[in-house]
Design a protein around this ligand. Structure first.
Ligand code: RNT
Ligand code: ZN
Length: 417
């Protein structure tokens, strides 16, 4: 898009929003401080570098689009390409199975920070702080139950793994001088009717207590529940209630994955509820289609509402903005760019809402006026502000990124065997 067109559009948008008392220049500054935690696992369908075994743990990446990253160099190259098409500066969210193992078998209970040293250096070189995740899935000891397994030996194996992941996160946080967010999601559940629910949840609680016994200064813990996994449909040990209670009681960050609720339940509505009781939130922004399908994030109502609720709660700095989707059916770099930019657009729109005015209307009982304003806001030129954000960050404006992704595909990913 022509630079002058972007500037003209922005000038008009600035004037329109100013009439509602909204300063678009300030919004541009806020956007510069809005960092996504990009999930490394979109680049290779959650495969990682540990083994070539199948993806287990109730999650599934569908699609066989050619060109997925096959090793650490390709993954890094793809992520940098995606980042070059996304305005602003961002973090990278790694899973334990993405360690730099150099082809060596390193079991999950033996992992140490040294396997993430090259990532730490990469993060520094590329101005990309790291976040981290323990990995309970895709392992011979995963089974249906990990941290809540009745077998103490298996429980201890996963406790050791998760403790080591916290240690790794601490080292990452220290090296980057910015806390590393460590997410714990375990797939534990039952396929069919089961009765030992209290026992499983008690084991999970005890495992977590043991895992969290060490205090660290450079990492923060978050815990993620869900409704069900494939093959584990009947019961989920780490449900939303379980983790909400645990996080509230123990001052942990709660992870809200937008695909982890019942279809008519609103993830956005959790924000104002749980932020009264937990210190911070981690998001896994995703797009569930009929189930936790992890489609690419787009500007849908659920995502918009989530970001708007964060802004309305004045909680911008209490939230970590992770993405979590994995679509292997389309160009994977394109998928990164679409989802990241969609999340940013939702944030731009949320920041451009005249929430003070609406809040006042609401307290004065002016229901019609709020509804009218809400409707008007939908067609206000928010996109001109996002375009300006792209221009200022020297990344393609509008759909200009399509041809960059196509070029990268022609030159790079399509050449992969
Ligand atoms: C699974 C959870 C979890 C994973 C990643 C790979 O349902 O959402 O966050 O998607 O850890
Ligand atoms: Zn998730």
């Amino acid at each position: 898009m022509k630079e002058q067109t972007v500037r003209d559009g922005y000038r008009i948008a600035k004037e329109r929003y100013a009439s509602y008392g909204i300063d678009t220049d300030k919004v541009l500054k806020q956007m510069q401080d809005f960092h996504l935690s990009m999930h490394c696992w979109q680049a290779d369908d959650v495969a990682g570098f540990e083994s070539s075994g199948e993806l287990t743990g109730g999650i599934q990446a569908t699609g066989n689009y050619p060109g997925k990253a096959r090793n650490i160099d390709e993954l890094r190259q793809d992520i940098l390409k995606a980042k070059s098409l996304i305005p602003g500066t961002h973090r990278l969210n790694l899973h334990e199975i993405y360690g730099d193992f150099g082809g060596k078998p390193v079991d999950r209970d033996k992992v140490t920070p040294e396997y993430f040293q090259s990532w730490i250096e990469w993060g520094k070189e590329n101005n990309t702080p790291l976040d981290f995740n323990s990995t309970s899935f895709s392992h011979p000891k995963s089974g249906n139950l990990s941290l809540s397994n009745p077998d103490k030996g298996i429980r201890d194996f996963w406790i050791e793994h998760t403790k080591r992941c916290r240690w790794i996160a601490e080292e990452m946080g220290k090296a980057q001088n910015d806390p590393c967010i460590l997410n714990i999601w375990v797939h534990d559940g039952c396929k069919d009717v089961s009765v030992n629910h209290f026992k499983y949840r008690r084991w999970l609680k005890e495992s977590l207590d043991e895992i969290f016994a060490t205090n660290y200064d450079n990492m923060k813990d978050c815990i993620e529940g869900k409704v069900f996994g494939i093959g584990l449909e009947s019961f989920t040990v780490g449900s939303h209630d379980f983790y909400t209670a645990y996080a509230a009681k123990n001052g942990k960050i709660l992870t809200i994955d937008t695909g982890h609720y019942h279809p008519t339940e609103s993830p956005a509505d959790k924000v104002s509820a749980v932020l009264n009781f937990v210190p911070e939130l981690m998001l896994h922004v995703s797009r569930p289609i009929r189930w936790d399908s992890d489609h690419v994030t787009i500007m849908d109502d659920a995502t918009q509402e989530l970001f708007s609720e964060i802004v309305r709660a004045d909680a911008l700095n209490r939230v970590h903005y992770g993405l979590d989707y994995f679509d292997g059916s389309i160009n994977r770099i394109g998928a990164y760019v679409i989802g990241s930019r969609a999340a940013q657009k939702c944030m731009v729109k949320a920041l451009l809402e005249p929430s003070a005015l609406m809040g006042r209307y609401e307290l004065e009982g002016k229901g019609f006026q709020i509804l009218a304003l809400m409707e008007e806001m939908k067609s206000m030129p928010w996109h001109a502000v996002y375009d300006m954000f792209c221009l200022e960050n020297d990344v393609p404006v509008g759909d200009d990124f399509i041809k960059d992704v196509e070029k990268y595909e022609a030159v790079t990913t399509s050449q992969r065997g």
